[in-house]
Design a protein around this ligand. Structure first.
Ligand SMILES: [Zn+2]
Length: 325
């Protein structure tokens, strides 16, 4: 089993329902040290997907490069398209869905972010879109920016501004650039976050329901999240549920797990999940227990997002060769 631990390293205030365009504090990133006990002791190399508001602060950025060295981590890019320059004011509910922005504007925003994360020699090759708001326009930008691995697809999820990811695959795949929720021939590898349909076909049925006028969007979102899916995410679910998800994933032939959480979840009170120091300690303990279980039971091997690329590229080459034989 391949294990990817990915962290959205970002500014504070995003769980308040506001998406300010102004500069925001990012003191939470200094709490990430608490993960030493997971990453160093279990030999896990995470991917830090860093937002512009973090990258644009000298001390916070220095912290990222320090963690990169200490954890042998990868630094990738995390685009909050609502507060990454150039900022454009749109008369729609915030955050503006990325598909309503022009490709040129999205590319300019991605360039600001990638530039701010460059160490002078190299730029990020892994990426996640803020609020998983990835559609065909942003995907084209990723192809042009030289991104190798994207992790912006959240299967069985649907939220404001879509496009929804209800029917996306659960294991890594090369997407169709015109619809990154389906398999195709892109050069960018997609590593979706690990959320599974609870039974095969439930995603298709939800998709059909969501297209009827009797079924409000919010109802589909709720059903998809609370009934129809199982999230292999220790930040969200208890470990018995996460373990059940792993068994199901394996039984369906799944080979890769992509765990994700936010940097602010290490800072008590700066997120809705872990409001106290005790809750943060419990989260870290659960994460550690879960990874140890994966290592013991499934021989989980740690990969950063970009490290996954050559593995799947080789699989693609081999399957093409087999087709030609
Ligand atoms: Zn984010």
């Amino acid at each position: 089993m391949k294990l990817l631990v990915t962290i959205d390293v970002e500014e504070e205030g995003l769980f308040s329902g506001n998406y300010p365009r102004e500069e925001s504090p990012a003191s939470n990133v200094f709490e990430l040290d608490a993960l030493d006990s997971v990453f160093l002791e279990l030999n896990v190399r995470p991917t830090l997907l860093v937002s512009y508001q973090v990258a644009n602060k000298d001390k916070a950025l220095k912290k990222m490069f320090g963690l990169k060295d200490r954890w042998k981590a990868e630094i990738g890019a995390h685009l909050h398209h609502w507060n990454t320059p150039p900022i454009v004011f749109d008369p729609v509910p915030q955050p503006t869905p990325s598909e309503l922005m022009s490709t040129d504007l999205l590319e300019a925003k991605a360039s600001s972010l990638f530039e701010s994360l460059s160490d002078g020699q190299s730029r990020p090759t892994s990426f996640r879109m803020g609020r998983f708001n990835l559609g065909p326009k942003m995907f084209q930008v990723l192809e042009r920016m030289g991104v190798k691995v994207d992790s912006s697809i959240s299967p069985l999820r649907k939220s404001y501004g879509g496009p929804d990811h209800l029917m996306a695959p659960s294991d890594p795949y090369f997407p169709n650039p015109l619809d990154p929720r389906e398999k195709g021939k892109s050069s960018v590898l997609e590593a979706p976050v690990s959320i599974l349909p609870i039974f095969r076909g439930v995603d298709r049925r939800l998709d059909l329901l969501s297209k009827t006028r009797y079924f409000p969007e919010r109802a589909t979102e709720w059903l998809a999240m609370n009934v129809a899916s199982i999230a292999i995410q220790p930040a969200w679910v208890n470990l018995n549920v996460a373990k059940a998800g792993v068994r199901l994933h394996r039984a369906r032939g799944g080979k890769c797990l992509t765990i994700f959480f936010h940097s602010s979840e290490l800072a008590p009170g700066m997120n809705p999940l872990n409001t106290t120091k005790e809750a943060v300690r419990t989260f870290i303990k659960n994460l550690r227990t879960f990874i140890q279980w994966l290592q013991t039971r499934y021989d989980a091997q740690s990969y950063t997002l970009s490290e996954l690329y050559p593995v799947y590229e080789q699989l693609r080459v081999t399957s093409k060769e087999n087709q030609q034989d």
